[in-house]
Design a protein around this ligand. Sequence first.
Ligand SMILES: C=CC1=C(C)c2cc3[nH]c(cc4nc(cc5[nH]c(cc1n2)c(C)c5CCC(=O)O)C(CCC(=O)O)=C4C)c(C)c3C=C
Ligand SMILES: [Fe+2]
Length: 483
Amino acid sequence: MTESSKPKASETAEATGTTETAQASETTETTETATSKAPAANAGDAGDATDGAKAEAKAEANADAKAGGAGRPAPSRRALLGWGGAGLALGAAAAGGTAAALRVGSDVSPSASTGDAVPFDGAHQAGISTPVQDRLHFASFDVTTTDRAALVKLLQEWTAAARAMTAGHEVGAGAISANEELPPDDTGEALGLKPSRLTLTFGVGPGLFEKDGKDRFGLKARRPKALVDLPAFPGDNLDAARSGGDLCVQACADDPQVAVHAIRNLARIGMGRVAIRWSQLGFGKTSSTTPDAQTPRNMMGFKDGTRNIAGDDTARLDKHVWVGQKDGPDWMVGGSYLVARRIRMHIETWDRTSLTEQEDVFGRDKSEGAAVGKQREHDEPLLKAMKPDAHVRLAHPDSNNGVTILRRGYSFTDGTDGLGRLDAGLFFIAYQRDVRDGFIPLQTRLSRSDALNEYIQHVGSAVFAVPPGVRDKGDWWGKALFA
Ligand SMILES: C=CC1=C(C)c2cc3[nH]c(cc4nc(cc5[nH]c(cc1n2)c(C)c5CCC(=O)O)C(CCC(=O)O)=C4C)c(C)c3C=C
Ligand SMILES: [Fe+2]
C-alpha cells in the first residue's frame, strides 16, 4: 500500500468493522491465550494500528490459420474437453462426449496434463479455484490515460488477447505478421510452446474508482464496499513501488515463458494507456486447490496449503470466495477479492534455527506436515496442543470466528539485497468474498502475535476486486463495471 493510500485510524475502524466483531466474539480460548503470550518483539508493536484499524475475430482467424504452421499448435480437442469449460462441457455432454461427467463452471478442478489449455470463459475467472500451476507472473498496472473510452477499448483488446493466449494462440496478427514494416502484434517468445494451463485473472484496484480525490472515470459510485484500502498492520515495511495499482493481471502457467509472454504482451498492448507499476515472478506454488495432489513446500521447507479450500468444494467456495447476489454490487457477483502481499523471509536466520523451533513456529512437523500430536498431514489439527503463538493455531478458522480464505501464493527469489542476504520469500495471494471478513481480521491477529513474524516481513501490498468470468465473445474484462 502506498503511504497516501493508508487509511487514517478512524477510517480503518469503519472499513474493517468486522474485525473487532470477530475478535470480541472469540469462540475458542486458544487465540486469547495466544495473544497474551505473544513474543515481546511482536507484542510491542501489536495493537495500535490494528485496534484503531479495522481484434477478436481477427486474432482467432489468424491464430487458427497459423496453427500447425509457424505459430503455436492449436490445442487438441481432447485437451479442451478435458478441462470442462462451460460451453465445451455442455456441448460434449449433449453430444454424448467423454466430458459429460465434468461440471460446468470453473469450480471444477479436473486434473489435466500441464500442456493443456484452461477454458477462458466461465461463471468465474480461471486462476482462482482452478488447479494451481507451477509458475506466476503477477503484474500491477497504473492507468495513465484519463480517457474512459480509451480505457474501455484497452480492456476489450486485453480480453481478446487473453482469450487467444490462454488457448495457445498468438496475439492479433501474430508474431510473424504480413506487414514487415510494422512491429508484430505478438512478441513471439511463446511460439512453439504449449498453452501450459495459462490462466489470466484480471482485477481492478481502488485507484480506478477514485484517486487523489478525483473520480477519474465516473466509477466512484460503483466501488464495492468490500474493496477497502488495507489498514497498516504492525510490522509492515511496505515499499510503495511494490504496492497498490489500478489494475492487475495474475498470469499462472506451467511454463514460466508462457506466463511472462502473456504479461509482456498485455503491457505492450496497453502502451500509452497503462504502465506496469510493479510485477512479481513466482515459482513453486505454495498452495494447492487440489488436496489429493502432493502438497507443495514453501521456502521455509514446510508443506504449505494443506488446509486450503479445494477447487471442487463449491459449498466452501460459495461461502468464502465468490461474491454472492446479496453481497453486491451486481457487477461483482461471481467475482472475488484478491489480496497480494510480498512477504520477505529472513532466510539466513531461519536456516540457523533449530528444527524444534521451526516446527513450533508453524505447529506442524516439517517432514509429514502433520499438526502437533497428529500422525498424518490431513489429520484434523488440535489447536490447544500447539504453542500459543503457532502460525497454524492463530490462522485456523476456529481461532478467527470461522474466517476462511483461499490461498494461491508462490515462492520468489529476486537476487540479493546488497548485504549478502537472499531477497526471497512468499508472494502471498488470497481470494475471499469480502476482504473485511477475510484477510483483514486474519492478518490483524497474525501481525500481533504470530511466532512467524520473527522470520518474515511484509514489504509489498495490494488489493483488487476481481470481477466474475467472461461469459462469451461479446463479453470483456470489466464490461459490467463500465455498463
Ligand atoms: C493473513 C493470512 C496469512 C498470511 C499472511 C500467511 C503467511 C504465511 N504462511 C506461511 C506458511 C504456512 N501457512 C499455513 C497455514 C495457514 N496460513 C494461513 C494464513 C496466512 N498465512 C491460513 C489461513 C492457514 C491455514 C490454517 C488452518 O486452517 O489450519 C501453513 C500450514 C499448512 C497449511 O494448512 O497450509 C504453513 C506452512 C508462510 C511461510 C507465510 C509467510 C511468509
Ligand atoms: Fe500461513
